[in-house]
Design a protein around this ligand. Sequence first.
Ligand SMILES: Nc1nc2c(c(=O)[nH]1)N[C@H]1C(S)=C(S)[C@@H](COP(=O)(O)O)O[C@H]1N2
Ligand SMILES: [Mo]
Length: 263
Amino acid sequence: MSRLLINRRRFLTAAGIAASTLPLAGCDAFDGMLKNRAPVRDVLASANDLTYRVQRLLMDADRLAPEFGESEIRQGQRPNGSTEPTDPEYIALRQQDFSGYRLGITGLVEKPLSLTLTELRNMPSRTQITRHDCVEGWSCIAKWTGVPLARVLDEARAKPEARYVVFHCFDRMDLGLSGPAAYYESIDLIDARHPQTILAYGLNGRPLPIANGAPLRVRIERQLGYKMAKYISAIEVVSDLSPFGRGRGGFWEDLGYDWYAGI
Ligand SMILES: Nc1nc2c(c(=O)[nH]1)N[C@H]1C(S)=C(S)[C@@H](COP(=O)(O)O)O[C@H]1N2
Ligand SMILES: [Mo]
């Protein structure tokens, strides 16, 4: 039931009514709950769609998430989810300090790109101190540095039919009987072009640590933590999310989480 409550809570929040005090479920708690519940899932899917549309209506596309001062950084960014990918491709890149890393930007773009970390670091950068909210119920304030995703999309020239940006990741998560599945995520172009959406390579003034997604992770400051893909291997610009994973737009979404995790 907790997923239904989460949807309802977000919907109430979006509609401007005081948020309820219902507890949020943890990232790790969902897997077992999802078997054979298609009707519930469909209701949830339409609730999420409604949440998305209500939030998009009420929300100014460029509204900024709050930013904080240096003194409000009280601790390191708490690593969560995958913290040390063991996938061979990742290990090989890591051993060379990611010098062989190339970020591919493909799909519905006029000019596909393949960028090294140096090239990414040489693009205009943005640094922001923001609060990360995990669906498990914890938050962390940290300083992130990276290249605005909008710059990269401008460079690649997204085609008019482009609707979403998919982040492919190096890490695979174990799903028990159904075997491992790659972490992936997706956002719409409004969030992709939002000024605080950055491909981050720096955390609290240092290179992004492995535990927090080195060499590159995305920050999407108006959504929950699970949207912020770490260990990004490639970016694909698309018009349809159904070909990826189980078709719901992200690793946790495929297990029942909302695709639009606005906060
Ligand atoms: N590739 C990948 N990205 C991921 C995850 C993951 O397991 N793998 N976990 C997500 C979740 S649930 C959270 S809260 C944040 C955690 O980011 P952090 O480790 O920097 O705190 O990353 C998100 N992005
Ligand atoms: Mo999370």
